[in-house]
Design a protein around this ligand. Structure first.
Ligand SMILES: [Zn+2]
Length: 157
């Protein structure tokens, strides 16, 4: 009986996650709620989960988001100078991070549609190796409202 209720809840949870029209960036990486995602996140330190969630949800200190929030004038990536530094540029295309991407993901660049195939722990490894968030100040982070709603559905599988 308990197992039947648990399966019903998980199925309901999965269906609701797929029907949501919000959390577009998070759903691109987290295609469905999963025990694996929950397990990975439960093993992380506080600062690691903060970095991972902020990048996964697109609510990070990447310049594209800061520009959208009205906090900076120029959203262009400081590392390569080629385009707006949004989540997909950072994880998939930034020329300055090709070596780290090749080493960790096995490809120098990739299409965002493949992000859901990358395990969360590898995304975190890439975030750390990029050193992109090492210089973030507490002030900028406090100005951002981290949207934990995006991961709530994935973690409560
Ligand atoms: Zn770049």
């Amino acid at each position: 009986m308990h197992e039947a209720i648990r399966q019903w809840a998980r199925r309901n949870h999965r269906d609701r996650w797929k029907r949501m029209s919000t959390c577009r960036q998070a759903r691109q990486i987290l295609d469905q709620p999963s025990e694996s995602h929950r397990s990975t996140c439960c093993q992380l330190r506080r600062n690691e989960i903060h970095q991972l969630i902020s990048v996964v949800t697109g609510h990070s200190t990447l310049k594209g988001h800061l520009h959208r929030m009205g906090l900076i004038a120029d959203p262009t990536c400081d590392l390569c100078g080629n385009e707006v530094e949004d989540r997909n540029h950072f994880l998939c295309r930034c020329d300055a991070l090709c070596l780290q991407r090749l080493t960790i993901f096995g490809a120098a660049t990739m299409e965002p549609c493949y992000l859901s195939e990358i395990p969360l722990r590898l995304n975190l490894e890439f975030i750390k190796k990029s050193k992109r968030f090492d210089k973030d100040t507490g002030g900028l982070i406090r100005k951002l409202k981290l949207n934990l709603e995006s991961l709530k559905w994935a973690l409560l599988a």
